[in-house]
Design a protein around this ligand. Structure first.
Ligand code: ARG
Length: 590
């Protein structure tokens, strides 16, 4: 049941009858003056005739239609008000519908999501939070609207960090066993290397490589050995990776984020050769300063800006540097790895779309990768490649979130802080010692705070604001659901009644559900969840107003009471569904 389309059809018939053209300009939207009407269109103002006159004619032609009231407002708007019967029908339709009125996509696609992007042997930090938050929500949104999805965490498991970590472990004597002559590598298990050890070894090595060239060269060599599966390095690598993945999984679990695949960059390695050949064989690659590059700039891009002096570095207008697909000294092949991964995914799954979720510093990288894939036919023409680039989580000072001493905040520490703060809030409400409940609330608060922003924007990570139990926050939505649960429990209500919209407050609720349900599509098109966050909040507030102004449990008219409770149940279901899509848990009490 699509009310907007119904309105559009009525207007279209009227316009056709009057011989008015330009019907593609007919857009019906929610009213921005809800006191006056529920929907509006500015059609009469953009098709040329004197707008008021045209609007009057259109409305006159429509006359009386069932369910809707059309009227004209200066300077040429057509306002549409829904009659209670339409709202009633809509509410009962949503109540019965298995998708709760969330419109399903007409053409269903297979969409592959690449997010998370944790790096093996490196500790997750605050910069790793947004990808799983945004990625999980987008994936759930697609599923909710009928798409099939696949998801891969795409671990960074092949870079220099592995060589550095192993070299440091070797120097510090953690892996001596592996280097003894005649060892059976299948039988030795790395000892004494916990995650805490890894979390110390990598940063230590990372600092040293910047000041010690020999050390860096050795780490490069070990990185190459790993890529060549040379023993015992490869065995050490595998063991460290397994250890690290366990921890990474736990960290994502805390955020209600799961993946179909725990593939890594290393899984694309067997396809690198083939990938490079594709470019070489088709004459798409050229040599440049000892590397193999692919020109991806289009007309008007990457135009050299004349230098003012010889030693000034070359700058470009609309920069779009060539993609490097092979360096002759081995090493870093980030773009090639991503291209090879697309090759692999297309061979295995042939998705209609691949969506990447990373921070906005990688915009250039993905543009290069996507262009390369299209040029070489790694990605078929009709396949959509999307990059969702998110902004930075900032501290209250507007700068990237740091510890007091100026260091990057660890992922773990953010989660612990959220849980602690949520626990303290729960204590105020007399709930003590429920850590899992505190996690659900703390993580929900962060996610809602994050997803409420247009995805590309930076935002301020204000944990106290996010955790407020009222206002536009995750906990407020969770609280509203818990409150409805308690009403339904007290009434021993099990559903099965019809909804009847009788009061203004109930009207507002159904209108809020209408808006909520239309926001799924808005989010889908925008790859951003902010519209859903806003409308789920509006539904929760509409419910609160209703609840504050009307007695439900003490209603004596049983039919009326049943209808009201049924509406409560519907609100709960709609809110819960939206929270599910956002990746936020519901809670029984708080
Ligand atoms: N591991 C990368 C990093 O930490 C992110 C990976 C993003 N995904 C991708 N397919 N490149 O920056």
């Amino acid at each position: 049941m699509n009310i907007k389309n119904q309105i559009k059809n009525i207007l279209t018939d009227s316009a056709n009858a009057l011989g008015i053209e330009n019907l593609d300009k007919l857009v019906v939207s929610f009213s921005n003056r809800p006191q006056l009407c529920d929907y509006q269109t500015n059609f009469a103002m953009i098709v040329g005739k004197p707008p008021m006159e045209l609007a009057e004619k259109l409305v006159e032609k429509i006359g009386n239609v069932e369910g809707f009231e059309f009227s004209v407002a200066k300077p040429g708007f057509i306002n549409i008000k829904l009659k209670d019967e339409v709202l009633n029908d809509y509410a009962n339709y949503v109540d019965q519908d298995e998708d709760l009125g969330v419109e399903q996509l007409k053409e269903k696609k297979l969409v592959f999501f690449d997010y998370g992007g944790a790096n093996v042997a490196k500790e997750l930090h605050v910069g790793h939070l947004r990808s799983p938050i945004v990625g999980e929500a987008l994936k759930r949104l697609h599923e909710t609207m009928g798409n099939k999805t696949l998801s891969d965490v795409h671990l960074g498991d092949f870079g220099l960090q592995m060589g550095l970590t192993i070299l440091q472990l070797k120097i510090d004597g953690f892996v001596d066993e592996f280097f003894k002559i005649d060892v059976d590598l299948n039988k030795i298990q790395i000892k004494g290397v916990t995650l805490d050890v890894l979390n110390e070894e990598y940063p230590k090595a990372s600092k040293r490589k910047d000041v010690d060239e020999k050390f860096k060269a050795e780490a490069d060599q070990i990185t190459l050995y790993i890529q060549q599966q040379k023993q015992p390095y490869f065995e050490i690598y595998k063991q460290i990776k397994a250890l690290s993945i366990k921890e990474i999984e736990k960290n994502y679990d805390m955020l209600n984020t799961t993946f179909d695949f725990y593939y890594g960059e290393s899984d694309a390695y067997p396809f690198i050769e083939e990938t490079i050949n594709k470019f070489v064989d088709q004459g798409l690659a050229r040599e440049s300063e000892g590397a193999l590059v692919v020109d991806v700039a289009r007309e008007g891009e990457h135009i050299p800006i004349p230098k003012k002096s010889e030693d000034e570095p070359q700058r470009y207008k609309n920069p779009m540097p060539p993609a490097i697909i092979k360096k002759y000294n081995g090493g870093d092949l980030y773009a090639t790895t991503d291209i090879a991964t697309i090759l692999m995914r297309n061979r295995d799954f042939a998705p209609n779309e691949i969506v990447y979720i990373t921070d906005n510093r990688q915009v250039g990288h993905f543009e290069q990768v996507f262009r390369c894939c299209k040029l070489a036919g790694v990605s078929p023409k009709e396949q959509k490649l999307s990059h969702v680039a998110f902004g930075t989580m900032n501290g209250k000072d507007g700068k990237p979130f740091k510890t007091r001493s100026g260091e990057t905040v660890k992922y773990k520490d953010v989660l612990n802080m959220l849980i602690e703060k949520a626990e303290a809030k729960l204590v105020e409400n007399g709930i003590i010692g429920d850590k899992e409940l505190a996690r659900k609330i703390g993580v929900g608060a962060m996610k809602f705070g994050d997803l409420s922003n247009t995805v590309s924007r930076d935002y301020v990570f204000d944990i106290d604001k996010f955790l407020a139990f009222d206002g536009k926050t995750g906990p407020y939505i969770q609280y509203t659901i818990a409150r409805i649960n308690s009403i339904l429990n007290k009434a021993n209500f099990e559903g099965g009644n019809k909804i009847r919209v009788e009061t203004q407050e109930e009207r507002e609720i159904v209108l809020a559900i209408l808006k909520l349900n239309s926001s799924y599509r808005v989010c889908y098109d925008a790859y951003s969840m902010n519209a859903l966050c806003l409308s789920v909040f509006e539904l929760a507030s509409a419910f609160s107003t209703f609840y504050n102004n009307h007695k439900i449990l003490s209603q004596t008219d049983e039919e009326r009471k049943g209808a009201m409770l049924q509406l409560c149940l519907l609100v709960k279901n709609c809110l819960s569904k939206a929270l599910y899509v956002l990746g936020i848990d519901t809670v029984e009490k708080m």
